[in-house]
Design a protein. Sequence first.
Length: 95
Amino acid sequence: MKVRLEPSGLDFETDAQTTLLKAAEAAGIELPSSCRNGTCRTCICLRLSGETRHTIDWPGLSADEKAEGWILPCVAQALGDLSLEAPAARSLFSD
């Protein structure tokens, strides 16, 4: 599965068992993060397209935020190709 980050255009591959944060890091992409357990909201991103699931029953998101498409990549997994709004994403590799 492919994940594209906007507006940077960075992308990475993932699978259904790996959190989006871990998959991004494995691909050399840094997303803001702190707690890594779905409570601090540092990694919050907007899902522009595609489907995800969270690895915990109730991550630190309100019902309205979940309905609007907000996810926490530290505890979210892709269910197919995704596009995420992640303005602070950056490549750890120099161009």
